[in-house]
Design a protein around this ligand. Structure first.
Ligand code: SAM
Length: 278
């Protein structure tokens, strides 16, 4: 919303200035100045970039549309207004509204889960779920760690599901809402969502998954809950592990053992959980 409001404010300013007869270059400079000033108020570098880039990207798209219409219709012609609905429809198909409430597409880096297989020591053929599997990078990282596991993904966006099913023929990918899916048959559910989803995810895991099963989250911890373990692969975000069921921490101590690769493992019984943002 802050990004949308900033872009709208900049376009409104441009309109007012051009109606007032100001040179387009001055109008653009003032609009850009407004956008940059508002972008600097955002907390993270990514958010500042997204807010600041909106106006230049929109201006670029507009001139691209001008170029396309001059090619299709001839000089001076303009595309009908409804043509703008096509990219909007594509965006909506890739990003149906409910998906925004949990997390937008943001891929798991290839080596982000390094050490997870050794730490969790799941039996061969165990079933794993990537809840909100996006374009499949999380499933690929799981496959590296658990080469003999049965990997499934569930994704709310039908378009992403299709692309991911084609990209990851070794996994079973279906369209659906991860919150409505049954997690009971999985030995491990992996999430890369957002801090606000984590308490709900752990409650669901504890209600549905078997004792000893794992809920694994990249980057985001469950607020106020001590994780069973934390993997800290060098140069990557922490991976938070929660083991379902009573006595889990004791069993974890027994299996944590020495770790592979450069991943560092914490068993932070008394450390407060930290969380972050995309
Ligand atoms: C941050 S991405 C993670 C993608 C993938 N798990 C990975 O790590 O590479 C989050 C994904 O969750 C999907 N998503 C969000 N809410 C969902 C829901 N309720 N049910 C299923 N998928 C959802 C989004 O569409 C998005 O593709």
């Amino acid at each position: 919303m802050p990004a949308l409001l900033t872009w709208l404010a900049a376009w409104a300013l441009l309109r007012v200035l051009s109606a007032g007869g100001l040179l387009p270059a001055w109008g653009a400079a003032l609009g850009l100045g407004l956008v940059v000033a508002l972008a600097l108020r955002r907390a993270s570098a990514w958010r500042r970039l997204i807010v600041a880039a909106g106006l230049p990207v929109a201006a670029l798209l507009q001139s691209l549309a001008g170029w396309v219409s001059s090619r299709l219709i001839g000089a001076g012609g303009t595309l009908p207004a409804w043509a703008w609905l096509l990219p909007a429809a594509l965006l909506l198909a890739a990003y149906p509204l409910r998906a925004w409430r949990d997390a937008p597409v943001f891929p798991t880096p290839a080596l982000a889960l390094r050490g997870l297989g050794a730490l969790t020591a799941l039996p061969a053929g165990a079933s794993l779920l990537d809840a909100g599997c996006g374009l499949g990078q999380g499933m690929a990282a799981l496959r590296t760690e658990f080469p003999s596991a049965r990997i499934e993904g569930i994704e709310w966006s039908g378009l992403l599901r299709l692309a991911t099913a084609a990209r990851c023929p070794w996994a079973s990918v279906r369209r659906g809402d991860m919150w409505r899916a049954d997690w009971s048959r999985f030995a491990l559910v992996y999430l890369f969502q957002r801090p606000e989803s984590m308490a709900r995810a752990l409650a669901k895991a504890e209600a549905e998954m078997a004792p000893g099963a794992w809920l694994v989250s990249l980057a985001f911890a469950v607020p106020g809950r001590v994780p069973s373990a934390v993997l800290r692969p060098s140069g990557a975000s922490p991976v938070w592990l929660y083991r379902v069921g009573a006595g889990a921490l004791e069993r974890l101590s027994a299996c944590a053992g020495p770790q592979s690769g450069s991943a560092q493992v914490d068993n932070p019984h008394n450390k407060p959980a930290r969380s972050g943002r995309h």
